[in-house]
Design a protein around this ligand. Structure first.
Ligand code: ZN
Length: 240
């Protein structure tokens, strides 16, 4: 019975390893997603600037339409001017024309402001795109590496699951049954490796009597505190 414990401990280690690989397989896609989101938020900045530029172009077109409308108004005034009979009427229309011409100057100034703004936005787009392309290449490289890492662990999981099945066939039936029962109750930690005289899982000091039984008897011993199967690597300690 005691002889089977080393295989049982090997099974525990295999299950620990599988748990770790399983954890990584769950964790890596989250890391990939976080990197993708980070990368895409950077490209979002470019999209934002492009929208701003589009708005700027539309605002300029609107201002140009305003100028066209004012010019039309002025040419109508000029038509009216041909038909006036009094000096007062002439003065009145002439003032209207001056007023509208001043309006045009005001709108033209706004257009120039918009053009300056457009240049600034285009510079931001250029810089952000340049920076993004550099960063995106780095992100994509990291993402690719994580995908490779994930594939590696998936293959590893398959291999180690096979190894575990193989290992299970070597464990005595009664021990395996106890292991499987405890596996559920003890959150996957069944066998406790005893380092000197402490339970490797709950860290409680093992009574000397139990410890000597652990070394000398062939019975399977359970930690009095956490209920796990105690395993002491006697051969390994003799080597020290
Ligand atoms: Zn314990």
């Amino acid at each position: 019975m005691k002889e089977g414990l080393d295989i049982l401990y090997a099974l525990q280690q295999k299950d620990d390893q599988l748990k770790e690989i399983g954890g990584l397989i769950q964790e890596i896609p989250l890391q990939i997603k976080a990197l993708e989101d980070e990368r895409d938020s950077r490209s979002g900045m470019i999209e934002k600037a492009k929208k701003k530029l589009q708005n700027n172009i539309e605002e300029r077109k609107k201002l140009e339409r305003e100028i066209a409308a004012i010019k039309e108004k002025i040419s109508k005034y000029k038509e009216q001017m041909k038909k006036v009979t009094t000096n007062k009427e002439y003065q009145g229309i002439s003032n209207e024309i001056k007023f509208e011409e001043a309006n045009i100057t005001g709108v033209e100034e706004k257009i120039i402001e918009k053009m300056v703004e457009a240049d600034e936005i285009m510079a931001v787009i250029r810089d952000t795109e340049c920076e993004f392309n550099k960063i995106a290449a780095e992100y994509n490289q990291k993402i690719k590496e994580l995908h490779d890492y994930l594939d590696y662990h998936k293959t590893k999981l398959d291999e180690e699951t096979k190894n575990k099945k193989e290992l299970r066939t070597k464990v005595a039936a009664n021990l395996l049954k106890a292991y499987d029962n405890l596996f559920v109750k003890k959150a996957g930690k069944v066998v406790s490796f005893v380092q000197t005289d402490f339970c490797g899982v709950c860290n409680i000091k093992i009574r000397p009597q139990v410890l000597s039984e652990l070394v000398l008897s062939n019975d399977v011993l359970i930690c009095e505190s956490c209920g796990r199967i105690l395993f002491k690597n006697i051969a390994g300690e003799n080597e020290e």
